[in-house]
Design a protein. Structure first.
Lengths: 132, 126
């Protein structure tokens, strides 16, 4: 059989979404999300070290509603990847392979990510919101 | 059979290239480090909220905080690089595009990582 005619393995969208597969692909998405946020963190450091924080482009971008949505998304990505990462490390140690446990820890990860994101932003709001 | 197979081929077949397990282990070790470091980063950044510019600069004068921040940058860029290479390996099918993407990721991560480190040093010393 030639290279081009080989049967393809079924792609992701063929399967019915389940908490196991959805969380698995979300681990990747949020990982990419966290990585995309790292330049913002470096930009923050760079601006703080070499620029005037009050008049810089960084403050203008990050304090706009677009910037806040970005930071909110980054918070969620970090929270999810952190929680689900713990789940993955536990699997690597051989714990939690039973299906009910997998489902239970999955829901814990989902709830915890939303709770962490919520707590972080309520806390930020209580401290007077973001202002540079 | 084995006697007729060149030794290096046997090694390749039985032991693999030896690189896969290294990446796997590095990813887990950096993940464990990041569990602690990202918790630290979260609390560090949240404590900056509501502070004035000069108060924020004071927070970066602490050698332990700067060390933790540097470690976070180091670990997160390393972990992120390993992760992105895995994603590229999975989804980029053309070997040429695969190679180009990996080089772009490596170079941009090196640039950002070093830029972050230099900013931290400036904040600490300046």
């Amino acid at each position: 059989m030639s290279q081009a005619n080989r049967p393809l393995s079924p792609h992701l969208q063929i399967y019915k979404p389940q908490i196991t597969s959805v969380l698995s692909i979300f681990h990747r998405f949020t990982g990419i999300g966290v990585v995309l946020g790292l330049p913002i963190l470096v930009w923050f450091l760079c601006d703080l070290a070499f620029g005037d924080l009050n008049e810089g482009l960084f403050a203008t971008v990050m304090l706009s509603s677009f910037g806040k949505i970005l930071l909110g998304g980054w918070t969620f990505c970090l929270a999810f990847h952190f929680c689900n990462g713990i789940r993955h490390l536990l699997w690597d140690m051989g714990w939690g392979f039973e299906l009910p446990t997998v489902h239970c820890t999955g829901w814990i990860v989902i709830c915890a990510s939303f709770i962490i994101t919520g707590v972080v932003w309520v806390w930020i709001a209580c401290r007077g919101g973001l202002c540079l | 059979m084995i006697g007729k197979t060149p030794g290096r081929a046997i090694n390749k077949t039985l032991k693999g290239s030896g690189e896969g397990s290294h990446a796997w282990l590095s990813q887990r070790v950096s993940a464990v480090g990041l569990l602690l470091l990202s918790l630290w980063l979260g609390f560090f950044l949240l404590r900056l909220v509501g502070k004035s510019h000069s108060e924020i600069l004071v927070c970066f004068k602490n050698p332990y905080q700067i060390t933790c921040f540097s470690l976070f940058l180091l670990f997160s860029f390393y972990h992120g690089w390993l992760g992105l290479v895995e994603v590229i390996e999975d989804y980029a099918h053309c070997p040429c595009i695969k190679g180009i993407l990996k080089i772009i990721v490596l170079l941009s991560f090196l640039f950002l990582g070093v830029l972050g480190m230099i900013s931290l040093i400036k904040l600490f010393m300046g």
